[in-house]
Design a binder for this molecule. Structure first.
Ligand code: SAM
Length: 416
């Protein structure tokens, strides 16, 4: 039955942009924020946050839109304030001067940017918060179903406008809210989730990436249902695995594994601790009619300690071990040990792809940890690829806080 599920094309397709921005109703008068001297510099570079110490004065309602001024009275754009948050002010857009239709214009701009990418999938990040000038808002598209995450008080208050704009621009069949990130606590907000549309799909949503199909459960799945940020590395491995063996550690619903098998890998072993992820892998493997996939439900440390088998490509994409700065020493130790154990499983002259999605681990620390792991294992390695985020995540260079994912690929060579 699954094989007959129709694949919904990408919503990036033909939907015309509708020029309704000017027709949006006028808002109540904006509040005002004045910054302390010099605090406008980072805003002008494109970083959208001002902390509490940077604010000279604020008039208006908490969470509602405000016009932002430098200490000299220069208008810097539109933002919103949360007096309960250390991040006191967040800008919308980049030096946008007009509040009317702003949310709609920014969402339409996000769509135009994604269209320019020619993504080989109907699942992608449509809006990536601060990186798209929409601080506090994430929107992922799975076929014609959208998953939205409101992360701040200001965005919660803009929910109606956001949903209206998404509906006009994309005509989605359904919109699911998954505002469950722990960052809402810093905004003094409770988590919330549920369907925002009358239509509430009961079945998982079918997506494609190139010629591979996946079923995605946006309600029960991890993140918004799929790890969209690794799409381009899933594509990257494809021409490296033809006729090879692959070990996919922390494999979730089988993203890397199925691309490898579809591209012609001889054998793939996938390891994940989650029973649900393993069930999804079984379903997705069947959906694509693929053979040669061994799925192991296990803790990755346990698997690595108890298995002897070597592979031509080992992929390691664990969850974030470092959730806050205080976890750095313990988390770094876990990354070192896990990478050391995984390196042991790489065939001579094989490849090792390793990722960290811990924001608090800098790229240079991750590199150091990897170097330590290779030295401990007496492996000779060369860095042959680096990756941050799939291009639809639209990294805002000025916004360092958006850099959480780091991926490196090492060639593990034999001694000359
Ligand atoms: C970042 S996701 C992997 C995403 C995957 N690479 C993809 O492209 O879809 C991390 C995965 O690690 C799994 N995981 C968490 N702790 C684990 C552990 N101790 N052992 C094995 N898997 C674990 C989670 O269930 C999750 O599926």
């Amino acid at each position: 039955m699954l094989q007959d599920t129709p694949i919904v094309p990408s919503i990036l397709g033909a939907t015309p942009l509708v020029a309704i921005a000017e027709a949006m109703p006028n808002r109540e008068p904006l509040g005002e924020v004045r910054l302390k001297p010099g605090r406008e510099k980072t805003l002008k570079l494109g970083h959208p946050w001002i902390f509490s110490q940077g604010i000279e004065s604020f008039t208006g309602k908490n969470g509602h839109l405000v016009e932002v001024f430098s200490s000299k009275g220069e208008s810097l754009g539109i933002g919103y304030v949360n007096t309960h948050s250390e991040i006191r002010l967040r800008m919308l857009g980049f030096m946008e001067k007009k509040a009317e239709g702003l949310v709609y214009r920014l969402i339409a701009h996000s769509l135009k940017k994604r269209r320019a990418l020619k993504i080989e999938s109907n699942a992608f990040r449509l809006i990536n918060g601060e990186n798209d000038g929409l601080s506090g808002l994430i929107v992922d598209a799975y076929g014609d179903v959208l998953v939205v995450q409101f992360g701040t008080l200001g965005m919660d208050l803009l929910q109606k406008e956001v949903v209206e704009a998404l509906t006009i621009l994309f005509q989605p069949s359904a919109i699911y809210e998954k505002s469950t990130s722990i960052s809402r606590r810093q905004e003094a907000l409770f988590p919330k989730s549920g369907w925002l549309t009358a239509h509430q799909p009961k079945e998982p949503i079918e997506i494609y990436e190139k010629d591979v199909r996946f079923l995605v459960d946006v309600v029960e799945g991890q993140k918004t249902g799929f790890f969209l940020d690794q799409r381009e590395m899933r594509f990257w491995i494809r021409d490296k695995v033809v006729g090879k063996t692959v070990l996919n550690l922390c494999s979730y619903s089988g993203g890397f594994s199925l691309h490898a098998l579809k591209a012609g890998a001889k054998k793939v072993v996938s390891v994940d601790i989650s029973e649900e992820a393993c069930r999804q892998m079984e379903i997705n493997t069947g959906l694509n009619g693929l053979k040669g996939h061994k799925i192991v439900e296990s803790d990755v440390f346990e698997y690595l300690k108890n298995s002897e088998e070597l592979f031509d490509l080992v992929i390691l994409d664990p969850p974030a071990f470092i959730k806050s700065k205080k976890d750095l020493p313990k988390g770094s130790k876990a990354y070192r040990e896990l990478n050391r154990l995984a390196l042991k499983k790489v065939e001579p002259n094989g490849l090792f792809m390793t990722s960290s999605c811990s924001y608090h681990m800098s790229p240079s620390l991750f590199e150091t940890i990897l170097l330590e792991a290779t030295l401990l294992e007496k492996k000779q390695t060369q860095l042959i690829q680096r990756h941050i985020l799939a291009s639809d995540h639209m990294k805002n260079i000025a916004y360092r806080e958006g850099e959480y994912l780091k991926t490196m690929v090492l060639l593990c060579s034999t001694q000359p």
